[in-house]
Design a binder for this molecule. Structure first.
Ligand code: BGP
Length: 474
């Protein structure tokens, strides 16, 4: 029998980094762009939509790191590190300023043409998220966002335009960023805003109905993508930081499985192509009734996601009966005494990364792509230099764990480090929570020159890519 054991990163492994348009581009109303939700999140008060921007308040995403005007300099540095892939999102409101417009905005389309050309010039493949927390505000106010079935058509019009326009440039696509986070944070992820008066039943119904519309939209986007770009791959994107039972109390073990499964529900539908049996009990108990139209379930089945892209930052531990909370990193529960904790309270767990890669591959048997993993830390500039040994350590340990997962037989397409250049935090709006190999001179209040400085991790990651992950110990 052929020996399929693999102990190296495969040839052509897609090393690179990932950002999102809303956290990097800035230029929030430039060149015909419309208002998106992320531009309305004030500093430090992230995660809850509070309406249009108001005078006198600082909104970090509006300028972000000005990637819109500085991308050439940034892409040149990604190329210097040897990136094979670069993940970003298309800002929906650059293409359709209101979301329901009939014609796209040419200036917005041109920006991404230029960005993709710049990447391709260096041999860097774009990996594009179609929607990364960037809902057009008009769709939220006018239609109630994904609660409304009309959103499927608006989204598909947007997909049609971008697939057609970029079909020769973009061969890797993701539909919705961390779609499973809408279970806990429906406004940020899906534009489903609650005013505080809704009952739990109403909220649950709205979330599952919106999710259904997004599943159908995603399946039909997959179909469109196959038709327009037959040699492209299109996947789903999940938040998969993991959760362990705090101890061997069977109650804790079962509850943990249940919490995880409510999250994996999203990829269960998108990858397997049908609603799993366990959800009917959840809906029964929560009194959820969703509207499904003719053809919906057939399309879910016919056009599943081809691969699972995901974020993994940390793990947490669940104690029986203790309610869990939630942030951009996933569940927040009891501190795990076996793990170290980052400056932002996220528990660092490289073995959890290997565990998660195995867990997800066992469940779906489709290729996996970790497209977010990294350390958000408080970096200090000393004499113009940043010695981020803690970031190198985090990265080394996670890459080693990923290599072990390859030995375990997991099919991994590539690795995109989150935030290769410092960007605005999605969870807190802070600039101080830095992930980058490249430092950006800007502070939490928006002051700074925006100058870029390489950190020590820059050279370290460059060497990793150069050796295709062979040398992780230097
Ligand atoms: C994920 C998001 C990203 C990103 C990351 C880190 O949930 O997809 O947009 O920001 O988390 O989170 P934070 O920025 O809060 O540190």
């Amino acid at each position: 029998m052929k020996d399929l054991y693999r102990d190296q990163f495969p040839e052509g492994f897609l090393w690179g980094g990932a950002i999102a348009a809303n956290q990097a581009e800035g230029a929030w109303l430039e060149d015909g762009k419309g208002l998106d939700m992320a531009s309305c999140f004030p500093n430090g008060l992230h995660f809850k939509y509070q309406g249009h921007p108001k005078e006198g308040i600082y909104y970090p995403q509006q300028e972000a790191i000005d990637f819109y005007h500085r991308y050439k300099e940034d892409v040149a540095m990604f190329a210097e590190m040897g990136f094979k892939v670069f993940r970003t999102s298309i800002h929906w409101t650059r293409i359709f300023p209101n979301g329901d417009d009939l014609k796209p905005n040419e200036k917005g389309l041109k920006f991404y043409d230029d960005l993709f050309d710049e990447l391709l010039r260096y041999g860097i493949q774009p990996l594009i998220t179609i929607s990364h927390y960037e809902m057009p505000v008009h769709l939220v106010e006018q239609y109630g966002s994904w609660r409304n079935r009309k959103l499927i058509d608006f989204f598909l019009r947007y997909c049609q335009v971008i697939f057609q326009r970029y079909k020769d440039k973009v061969k890797l696509w993701l539909t919705f960023n961390e779609i499973n986070n809408m279970r806990r944070n429906a406004d940020y992820v899906a534009g489903v805003v609650f005013d505080g008066t809704e009952s739990r039943k109403e909220r649950q119904n709205a979330i599952y109905q919106a999710a259904h519309h997004m599943f159908v939209a995603s399946a039909r986007a997959n179909k469109l993508c196959h038709e327009i770009i037959p040699d492209a791959k299109i996947g789903c994107m999940m938040s998969l930081s993991n959760i362990y039972p705090y101890n061997c109390d069977p109650q804790a073990v079962f509850e943990t499985m249940d919490i995880r499964r409510k999250s994996l529900f999203f990829s269960d539908v998108m990858v397997r192509g049908y609603y799993p049996g366990y959800i009917y009990r959840v809906w029964k108990e929560e009194d959820v009734h969703i509207q499904v139209e003719e053809g919906d379930l057939e399309d879910l089945k016919a056009y599943p996601s081809q691969f699972v892209a995901f974020s993994y930052y940390k793990t947490s531990a669940h104690e029986a009966g203790k309610p869990s909370f939630f942030d951009t990193g996933g569940e927040v529960n009891s501190p795990n005494p076996y793990l170290k904790t980052s400056d932002w309270g996220w528990q660092i767990d490289p073995l959890g990364f290997r565990y998660t890669l195995n867990e997800i591959y066992d469940r779906y048997q489709v290729p996996l792509f970790p497209v977010e993993n990294g350390l958000g830390a408080n970096d200090e500039v000393v004499d113009g230099e940043i010695h981020d040994t803690y970031r190198i350590e985090y990265l080394r340990d996670h890459l080693k764990a990923m290599k072990e997962a390859i030995k375990d037989g997991v099919d991994i397409m590539g690795y995109a480090y989150w935030g290769p250049i410092d960007i605005m935090s999605a969870g807190t709006g802070e600039m101080k929570k830095r992930y980058g190999f490249i430092y950006v001179d800007k502070d939490n209040e928006g002051h700074g020159t925006l100058k870029r400085i390489k950190k020590d991790s820059f050279e370290w990651y460059r060497h990793v890519i150069e050796t295709n992950g062979e040398d992780l110990d230097s």
